[in-house]
Design a protein around this ligand. Sequence first.
Ligand code: ATP
Length: 233
Amino acid sequence: MASSANEWRPFVSRLVGIFGGTFNPIHVGHLRAAEEVAEQLGLARVLFVPAADPPLKRADGQALAPAADRLAWVTAAIRDNPLFEASALELERKGPSYTVDTLRALRAELAPAELVFVVGQDAFVDLDSWRQPEVLPTLAHFAVVTRPPGGGDLPDWLPSSLAASCEIDADGQGARHREAGTWIRRLEISALDVSATDLRHRLREGRSVRYLVPEAAREAIEKSLSYRGTAEP
Ligand code: ATP
């Protein structure tokens, strides 16, 4: 987990996964995505970065649990995985949580490590609505994980803000940023049709979320009244 132990070993991966999300709440879909990306790419570690104030989710009218609770659930959920770490970076920053700010800060902090931003296919197709989308792939590689219903080759869902600056790979499963030399790669992972939206529905109705959320965080999530009685579109 600690990078200092690895610094003298040049063969150790310099790729650090950055897994941004609302984690409202964290669920098994998140954990498998991080685990499978780490395995497929040989990542040195994966940093889970909960958004304190996610502008797009706020606009959606989602019932949002307090950031400190969401961070605590993530921390509990990943405790037994030596490769995983939780980051309070976006909670410590004032204002809306923009990924571009986070990647800039982490690049400075973690250099010479290279960052791999882990994102689900559903979120990646919406990248044009993020702040400075054209800058994002110059700051990190992108591991775009499949998510049900999924499907399609990368050219079908490459955000238009990136189309001009990226060269599509011959196999249609990835792209390379011409100037930055960074890559975007679609990674096939186990299809787990689990979403935080569905979990909030279940919690609101007092139904079970066992085996859908990590056991270490389940009680805290269930006890949290955050989602009860809060209507959501
Ligand atoms: P919500 O239902 O509230 O929109 P969510 O389940 O999509 O939430 P987020 O915290 O918004 O969870 O997701 C963080 C990242 O994890 C996003 O990039 C998302 O695409 C990805 N992700 C979430 N669930 C899965 C899943 N089941 N399989 C693959 N990727 C996932």
